[in-house]
Design a protein around this ligand. Structure first.
Ligand SMILES: NC(=O)c1ccc[n+]([C@@H]2O[C@H](COP(=O)([O-])OP(=O)(O)OC[C@H]3O[C@@H](n4cnc5c(N)ncnc54)[C@H](O)[C@@H]3O)[C@@H](O)[C@H]2O)c1
Ligand SMILES: N[C@H](C(=O)O)[C@H](O)COP(=O)(O)O
Length: 326
């Protein structure tokens, strides 16, 4: 059955608009509605020398069939200032958030089966005076979801995070029994319900070097991680760890593993991106809506050049189709 999805091109000075236009060069099995400035997409198509044509559509008359190759449906959302590839403008930060809000509200009210997001620039949104740490946290707040989980996945590896966009100095204090338990429950439930894994086996990283070396290099493993995992194991979850993160990612360990749970962003994501940058998807688990995204950022250096890889956005689209087709 044909479904309708929201596609947000993200930061207007970045590669998101380019990616969306390049993908619209081919036909898709579902209806994609880019929530963006029509003028931005027209200008960027011209700059890239693409024949793809943005075509305005509105919520009172959504198209029922996918766009033909070379057409990108657009729900026009005006910019504050014309965008120039590679040049961030804080004045356009509210525009970026408006596109995300339209997409998420459309998912909540049933207009969209899910949303796929191209990269935003977190720094420029903060420069505009708006506290923002990422789509993940923004969508949790917008949907009133107290705890969500960031998971990135590529061929042969899924990595979920206990903490997301936090300064490193704040990480240890954020690894509480309550957060670890909630994140593990969400990861376990969504692997089962949204990815069809009957009894997920999850490998859990320690926080400290060598998982704390028996308490000599930190006590979070003994006091927080192990007791929390044991409580959840007693309920039947297949959880292994806490394991030293430096050797957890060995091929032998990953042979029987449905997901790795890392304690913080740069403990897990460099491994995932080393394995699959450009072919990975970022999924927000625990939301009442389906949201997938790319594995890369705004690549300001490449905006408007056409020298970009659309692989991750393609994986993000396919993952959203699979998650909503179950
Ligand atoms: N999903 C998201 O919204 C998302 C994800 C990651 C980073 N970001 C944000 O993006 C901004 C820039 O981040 P960064 O510089 O750390 O990472 P980046 O991913 O933008 O760039 C890292 C390197 O990868 C290259 N690159 C990235 N995407 C590419 C593509 N599709 N094709 C070819 N080359 C590509 C860039 O040119 C650069 O050399 C930051 O504000 C960051 O927070 C957003
Ligand atoms: N942590 C993500 C990554 O490294 O790819 C990225 O910053 C995007 O996060 P959001 O989906 O929360 O914007």
């Amino acid at each position: 059955m044909v479904r309708r999805f929201a596609l947000t091109p993200g930061e207007p000075a970045g590669i998101g608009p380019d990616l969306c236009l390049l993908l619209a060069g081919s036909a898709h099995p579902h209806v994609l509605i880019a929530i963006a400035s029509h003028a931005l997409l027209s200008d960027r198509a011209a700059a890239l020398g693409l024949a793809t044509r943005p075509q305005c559509v509105t919520p009172d008359a959504w198209p029922s069939e996918p766009a033909p190759a070379g057409t990108l449906y657009v729900w026009d959302t005006p910019l504050a200032q014309p965008a120039e590839p590679g040049h961030l403008q804080a004045a356009n930060a509210p525009y970026v958030l408006e596109t995300l809000t339209r997409a998420a509200q459309g998912c909540l009210d049933g207009s969209f089966a899910g949303m796929i997001t191209a990269p935003v620039h977190k720094g420029v949104i903060n420069d505009a005076g708006i506290a923002f740490s990422g789509h993940t946290e923004f969508l949790a707040q917008l949907t009133g979801t107290p705890q969500v989980v960031m998971m990135l996945a590529t061929h042969g590896l899924r990595v979920a995070l206990v903490t997301t966009h936090l300064p490193l100095k704040d990480v240890a204090a954020s690894i509480t029994p309550q957060r670890l338990e909630e994140v593990t429950r969400i990861l376990h439930a969504d692997l089962r319900d949204k990815f069809g894994i009957g009894s997920p086996r999850i490998l859990v990283c320690g926080l400290n070097p060598h998982a704390g070396e028996g308490g000599h290099l930190g006590r979070e493993e003994i006091e927080i991680i192990e007791p929390t995992l044991q409580r959840l194991r007693d309920e039947g979850m297949d959880l292994v760890g806490p394991l030293p993160a430096d050797t957890l990612f060995s091929p032998k360990n990953l042979e029987r593993c449905d997901a790795v749970l890392a304690m913080y962003h740069d403990q897990g994501l460099p491994v995932l991106k080393y394995k699959g940058f450009g072919a990975a998807v970022n999924v927000t688990l625990g939301l009442p809506i389906v949201r997938t995204s790319v594995d890369h950022g705004t690549a300001l250096d490449l905006a408007g050049t056409g020298r970009i890889d659309t692989g991750s956005l393609q994986v993000a689209l396919e993952t959203a189709y699979q998650m909503t087709g179950r």
